[in-house]
Design a protein around this ligand. Structure first.
Ligand SMILES: Cc1cc2nc3c(=O)[nH]c(=O)nc-3n(C[C@H](O)[C@H](O)[C@H](O)COP(=O)(O)O)c2cc1C
Length: 362
């Protein structure tokens, strides 16, 4: 695989970015392992306090000299307070009882201040700042770039990519509808922006002049090779890294991914109030069964958090948000280092096969 301009700029050996995964999956161990294997590890810091971001960044920095990324959610306007949260609370009652928790209460969101998170992120020694859920003001992007970080935004349509280029990002993640977890959509409706990676990436590549990173449903070297063929300069993988030894998710969540088929994930607002893709489970269907039971993001996220935390503690997959993309059947159990090396080798082989016209055996 010839090194792409973005990989050279990021100073990584393989055009493989481990997706930032806020909520615990992208541990320091995972980020360090990916970086040391020649990919770009990313800390998902959206749900972390400024102190926790500094701590995680320092921990990564103390264990690898390789470049890594920090990632935040772009700030969203505060949602309107719910007129009646009773249905949302009731929809969680059975899960709370089953998990031995006191009945659910509407706690509100702790409301981490983006500016504090960003200040901390800039002090981590990360080389890359990536973000999702929106755009950022051009002067904020300018400040991050002046601090020496490469800035990468997330788009789910070509128009969003153009908007991000307009505020000065260095690269764009094109997030296809196959992707695990939250949609990054910010400039159109979530329904309209459900564009598959295969269709999205070349349209984004044509629309912007900055490098494009393909994301969504890419699980192995064939997916990386396809992304490069479509004009992307790298791929960002989330689900593939969730089943690595270093990923910080409960064993039952890893098992659920390894057992899942491509038709067993769907987009839901049940867990957080914002559309996100996960493996269908009991809590998702219980909440979805009541059409009026979902609060806007991030209130629903805060409301379901105690149940999800308890489920993680007791390793109960039926009450977790099992974020995963449509490539689940391709998930493999291995170390992050093995995964990065394997994807790079597989992509080289796939590209060589495609160029030589050689067919795989029937
Ligand atoms: C568990 C999980 C958490 C995620 N959290 C974030 C996040 O905090 N920030 C972000 O930019 N993307 C996040 N993503 C989305 C990824 O960046 C990426 O778009 C997605 O994983 C690609 O699809 P795939 O899972 O099929 O590889 C998350 C994905 C997963 C699976």
């Amino acid at each position: 695989m010839r090194s792409q301009a973005l990989a050279r700029r990021l100073d990584i050996q393989h055009p493989i970015i481990q997706a930032p995964m806020a909520g615990g999956a992208s541990t320091v161990d995972l980020v360090v392992a990916v970086c040391e294997a020649g990919g770009l590890g990313s800390l998902g810091c959206a749900y972390s306090s400024a102190d926790a971001i500094r701590q995680a960044g320092n921990a990564v920095r103390s264990r690898t000299a390789r470049p890594f990324a920090v990632n935040l959610f772009a700030p969203l306007p505060a949602p309107d307070p719910p007129r009646d949260a009773t249905p949302a609370i009731e929809a969680l009652a059975d899960a709370h009882a089953d998990l031995g928790l006191t009945p659910p209460v509407l706690s509100g969101d702790p409301g981490l201040a983006f500016d504090d998170q960003l200040d901390a992120a800039l002090e981590t020694g990360a080389s890359v700042f990536s973000f999702t859920f929106g755009s950022l003001p051009a002067d904020t992007i300018g400040r991050i770039r002046e601090s020496g970080l490469v800035v990468i935004g997330t788009a789910t349509t070509a128009d969003e990519a153009v908007a991000l280029e307009g505020v000065g990002v260095d690269a764009v993640v094109a997030q296809g509808s196959e992707a695990g977890a939250h949609r990054g959509t910010f400039a159109t409706s979530f329904e309209a922006a459900m564009i598959g990676t295969m269709a999205l990436v070349p349209q984004v590549v044509d629309a912007v002049s900055v490098p494009v990173v393909a994301s969504g449903g890419i699980m192995d070297g064939r997916g990386l090779a396809a992304a490069l063929m479509l004009g992307a300069q790298a791929a960002q993988l989330g689900t593939a890294f969730l089943t690595t030894d270093e990923a910080g998710i409960p064993a039952s969540y890893k098992r659920a991914i390894l057992d899942a088929h491509e038709d067993q994930t769907r987009i839901t607002r049940a867990f957080s109030g914002r559309p996100a893709r996960g493996i269908v489970n009991q809590l998702m269907t219980d909440i979805e069964a009541r059409a009026d039971a979902i609060l806007p993001f991030p209130l629903q996220n805060a409301l379901t958090r105690p149940a999800r935390n308890a489920a993680a503690e007791h390793d109960r997959a039926e009450f977790l948000s099992l974020w995963a993309g449509q490539g689940v059947r391709l998930a493999r159990r291995q170390s992050a280092r093995e995964l990065v090396h394997r994807i790079a080798a597989e992509a080289n082989a796939a590209l060589a096969r495609a160029l030589s016209g050689e067919q795989t055996e029937e």
